[in-house]
Design a protein around this ligand. Sequence first.
Ligand code: HEM
Length: 214
Amino acid sequence: MRALLISKWTKVAIFVICLIPFAGLLWRFITGNLGINPVETLQHGTGDWTLRFLVFTLCITPLRKLLKLPDLIRFRRMLGLFAFFYVCLHFLTYLGPDQSFDLAGMWKDVAKRPYITVGFTAFVLLIPLAITSTTGWIRRLGGKRWQMLHRSIYCAAVLGVIHYYWLVKSDVREPVFYGALVAILLLWRLGSWFSRRKSQPSVRVTAPSVSIDG
Ligand code: HEM
């Protein structure tokens, strides 16, 4: 299993798989097969895939621990960047066809419609994460600060779910499903954070005694 996870070809294969939703939408666009409301189809397709990739990214750490497969970490950055890629497309389908690239109009809409405000906030939160996703930035910020910053992916996912919940008119099953997934992942994370904190006092007590003795 480890050989498979660390193979360069697995990474290439996952990269190609992550592009399939984009290729599908592009193909439907080129062949004029986007249905009666092409803009809506693009908006919904890219929005759905943004949320899915956020969930995939958040699944990596629990899966690494539960399945004892630390090498899964190799795919986290790529999945996160794909979430960002799809949200950029999603945003462009809004800014272009919806707002005709009128930034002033866009700001008014962001301020006026709560579900747009929330979606936009989630998008803004993801920008620094995409920028600082490189190893150079991890080094520059330091592991702890980098980790703290990257925890905002949870906020982005929660806001993404609220955005989805607010925009659907009647059938809320899908946003509720994503909401449940994000809640489970968040609770798992909080659980492991609390259990780590519980085991910390012993580290704090032993640390000074080491330095005094030393
Ligand atoms: C992390 C950020 C975001 C996520 C996860 C997200 C997710 C989604 C999802 C899941 C949908 C519905 C898809 C469906 O019905 O199948 C959607 C629709 C939509 N989103 Fe987003 N979105 C995000 C950011 C944004 C931003 C930044 C904007 C614009 C400023 C935006 C504007 C829209 C619009 C206009 C729709 C269609 C609404 C409608 O059909 O009435 N979203 N989004």
